[in-house]
Design a binder for this molecule. Structure first.
Ligand code: PXL
Length: 276
C-alpha cells in the first residue's frame, strides 16, 4: 500500500475527545500521514459544557492554504468535520484544489444529532453544509444531519423507504456516495447504510444501551483510515462501525465518562482490521 497523506479540517476541542484530537491519532495509527488545519480552538466541545473558550481561526485558513500552495503540498484525501461558519465552508471548498488528481473528499457534516442541531447552528448553516456535501466523494451524515440538509422531517422510527428517500434527496443535492450512520430498523440493533455507485447496502450490528458524544468523529476518522489503506467503502464502513461499538463498550464501563468515547483502548483492534 502506498503511503498516503490526509488533511483533516475541523476544530481542536482541547478537552472532550472529538474533532482533531480524535482524527489525528486515529488516522495516524492507521499508518497514514495526517496533516491538520484547525478551524478554531475551543477549551472543550460544545455538547454539555458551558463557558467554553472559542478562538476562531477562520482567517488563518486561506493564509495556511497559500503557504502550502507555494510549497507544492498536495493531499491524497481531505476530510472535513465540524466547521463553525459559512466562511469556513467556503474556505474548505477552496482547499479542495490541494488534492492530487484522484484525491478523495470526505465530508462529515458534523452539526446535529438526535433530531437537533448542535449549539450555535441554524438551518441556514445546514444548507451551506449541504453545498459542501455536494462536492464530496463520500459524505457521512447521521439521520438528523440528512434531515436538516434535505428538509425531510426527522423521525425517530422509520423504515427502509424513509432512508431511501433521504438518499434520493441527498443525491438530488449533488452527493455521490453516502455512508449513513445510526440507521436502526429494529429494537436493539443499529447500523450503517452505504450508498455507492447507485447501490444500497446495509450493515447491521448491536445497538449499545447508550450512545456517546464524539462517536461520529471516531467513525469518520476510522473510515478515512481504512479507505486510505485501500479498503472498499463498504469494508471501511463495517470496520469503523465495529470499532465504534468497541469504543462505546469501553466507555460504558465507567459512569462519569460522559463527554466522549474512549477510543484509545481498542485502537489496536482497528489497526489490525485496517492493515489486514
Ligand atoms: O463531535 C462534533 C463536535 C466537534 N467539535 C465541536 C463540537 C462538536 C459537537 O458538539 O461542539 C466544537
Amino acid at each position: 500500500m502506498s503511503y498516503k497523506k490526509v488533511l483533516s479540517v475541523q476544530d481542536i476541542s482541547c478537552f472532550g475527545q472529538c474533532s482533531l484530537t480524535v482524527a489525528l491519532p486515529i488516522i495516524s495509527a492507521c499508518g497514514v500521514e495526517t496533516c491538520v488545519l484547525p478551524s478554531a480552538v475551543l477549551s472543550t466541545h460544545t455538547g454539555g459544557f458551558s463557558g467554553f473558550t472559542f478562538t476562531d481561526l477562520t482567517e488563518d485558513m486561506p493564509k495556511i492554504k497559500a503557504h502550502w500552495e507555494k510549497e507544492n503540498i498536495l493531499f491524497d484525501c481531505i476530510y472535513t468535520g465540524y466547521l463553525g461558519s459559512k466562511k469556513q465552508i467556503d474556505y474548505v471548498k477552496d482547499l479542495f484544489s490541494l488534492l492530487v488528481n484522484d484525491g478523495v473528499k470526505v465530508v462529515d457534516p458534523a452539526m446535529a444529532d438526535n433530531g437537533k442541531l448542535y449549539y450555535g447552528f441554524d438551518e441556514a448553516f445546514a444548507k451551506e453544509m449541504a453545498s459542501l456535501c455536494a462536492l464530496s466523494d463520500y459524505c457521512l451524515p447521521n439521520i438528523t444531519e440528512a434531515c436538516f440538509m434535505t428538509g425531510v422531517p426527522y423521525k425517530e422510527t422509520y423504515d427502509e423507504s424513509y432512508v431511501k428517500l433521504l438518499i434520493e434527496k441527498l443525491c438530488e443535492l449533488g452527493c455521490k456516495n453516502l455512508i449513513l450512520t445510526g440507521i436502526s430498523y429494529r429494537e436493539g440493533k443499529t447500523g450503517v447504510v452505504v450508498y455507492e455507485n447507485g447501490k444500497y447496502s446495509y450493515y447491521e450490528h448491536d445497538k449499545m444501551s447508550k450512545g456517546c458524544h464524539g462517536t461520529g468523529d471516531i467513525y469518520a476518522s476510522a473510515f478515512v483510515g481504512a479507505l486510505m489503506n485501500g479498503k472498499s467503502a463498504i469494508d471501511s464502513a463495517k470496520i469503523s462501525a465495529n470499532y465504534v461499538v468497541e469504543c462505546i463498550k469501553d466507555t460504558l464501563t465507567e459512569d462519569n465518562h460522559w463527554y466522549g468515547a474512549k477510543f484509545e483502548p481498542s485502537l489496536y483492534k482497528l489497526i489490525e482490521k485496517v492493515r489486514a
